[in-house]
Design a protein around this ligand. Structure first.
Ligand code: FES
Ligand code: FE2
Length: 448
């Protein structure tokens, strides 16, 4: 269990919170590029770590993210006109460029914004010295909050941290691949990011939630994911965790036969990514959980083949709704199977052998994670040895957030090259340590 103060500390990510400050040191994937389909397209409203934002694509094609509320009197810029390299508020016409600079203020008389000379308008609560008033136009003094954006892998990323600490995007394997090699999706999840992320680094649940009731001699396959028979034959894996420069490696050991173990080594990558293993030759997969606010998050899902383009059959399989890519409403990204319809649980299927009776790995995860409540009260949990990865991840996040409060920046945020890792699944002789047997398989070949 987690003491109440730690539970509050680790789950709250709004502006000024310790965990929010830590997460803001890292780039956040926030929109699919397709949500801003072209220059001067309609703006999109979004919320990231309890900050209301608006995104738009400029006339020259550059993505931009601004605070949602116009600095004049607070109307939402979501209703704004996206035109000529800026977003114009529809209330009184103020216009802002991608950097947050106010570039037009058409409801103010000319003397408010002289090119030089006296600054004459009534300025409300804006306080400036007389000498500044002589030099500065009203427009120049109104600087709106704008965040740095990047576009990579069909995703728009935003950096909400201190500008002087901004590093490059993390060198994640999937993010470095061409579009032909990767499937990306996102879905809205109605719970705190942490309990969703805990599900993502919990290899123990694979043998239940995503599996069959009976032990199987055949792999369990769904939507491009394959769980070999070891997963249902050995349902209580042993865990080892290893902290790395970018997160935690999680090794789950199952019995393969009398002489071998089946190892699945996953990656938790700071502050919200996972990569889970696949048998050799099969696509890899992973997630990111980005807080929308304290009771909602975006669950990003990624499937990829580093060495070759995905085949049409693989893409169709991934998009089938059976795997990690849930079927969602195309506007809201709310999954079609959701809490309101009990995730379409099918009790007949559950009786027949599906462990959960819920269709789709993403939906199965959602049902379990959202059913824990909007923010799970971890003072009530009972962690076992099978929860070792979750304990390691929480310890790391808590330690880094406390260190940041004491003035120590998280090193991983400034070391994008430390993200050049992948996961692995392999059968090793029982005597062979996984660190040795898997060492080559855990380095991404994409960057060499
Ligand atoms: S509130 Fe935006 S221009 Fe007035
Ligand atoms: Fe899962």
């Amino acid at each position: 269990m987690l003491p109440a103060h730690d539970n509050t500390y680790i789950t709250r990510t709004g502006p000024g919170t310790p965990m929010g400050n830590l997460l803001r040191r890292f780039w956040a994937p926030v929109l699919l590029s397709s949500e801003l389909p072209g220059p001067d397209c309609p703006p999109v409203q979004l919320r990231v770590m309890s900050e209301d934002l608006v995104a738009f694509r400029t006339t020259s094609g550059r993505p931009a993210v601004l605070a949602a509320h116009c600095p004049h009197r607070g109307a939402s810029l979501f209703f704004g006109r996206n035109e000529e390299e800026g977003l114009r508020c529809v209330y009184h016409g103020w216009k802002f460029d991608a950097t947050g600079r106010c570039i037009d203020m058409p409801n103010e008389p000319p003397e408010s914004n002289p090119s030089t000379g006296h600054f004459g308008a009534a300025q409300g609560n804006l306080r400036t010295s007389p000498s500044a008033e002589l030099r500065t136009s009203f427009r120049d003094k109104v600087h709106h909050t704008a965040y740095q954006c990047r576009e990579q892998a069909g995703i728009i990323w935003v950096y909400l941290g201190p500008p002087d600490l901004q590093a490059e995007l993390p060198q994640l394997e999937w993010a470095a691949l061409p579009p032909s090699h990767i499937v990306v999706s996102k879905r809205l999840q109605d719970c705190n990011y942490l309990q969703a992320m805990e599900g993502g680094i919990d290899p123990s649940h694979l043998s239940f939630l995503h599996s069959k009731k009976e032990a199987s001699q055949k792999p369990v396959e769904a939507g491009g994911i394959r769980f070999p028979p070891y997963m249902t034959r050995d349902r209580h894996p042993r865990f080892e965790t290893l902290e790395t420069g970018s997160g935690v490696q999680i090794a789950a050991r199952r019995v393969a036969d009398d002489e071998h173990f089946y190892w699945r080594i996953s990656q938790f990558l700071l502050p919200w990514y996972t990569i889970f293993p696949a048998d050799p030759g099969l696509p890899l997969g992973g997630h990111a959980w980005v807080p929308i606010d304290d009771t909602h998050c975006w669950t990003w899902s990624f499937s990829w083949q580093a060495e070759r383009p995905l085949t049409p059959e693989e893409v169709a399989d991934m998009r089938s709704g059976l795997g990690i890519h849930a079927h969602v409403d195309p506007i809201t990204f709310q999954p079609l199977a959701n809490r309101a319809n009990d995730y379409r649980v099918d009790r007949v299927e559950q009786h027949r052998g599906s462990f959960s009776g819920i269709r789709g790995i993403g939906e199965q995860d959602m049902a379990a994670q959202e059913s824990m409540g909007p923010i799970y009260d971890r003072t009530k949990e009972h962690l076992g040895v099978s929860d070792a990865a979750i304990i390691s991840m929480r310890r790391l996040l808590l330690r880094l957030a406390h260190a940041l409060e004491a003035g120590q920046e998280p090193a991983a945020a400034a070391q994008p090259e430390n993200y050049r890792v992948r996961s692995a699944a392999l059968v090793l002789p029982r005597a062979q340590p996984w660190q040795q047997g898997a060492a080559g398989a855990l380095a991404s070949p994409v960057f060499t």
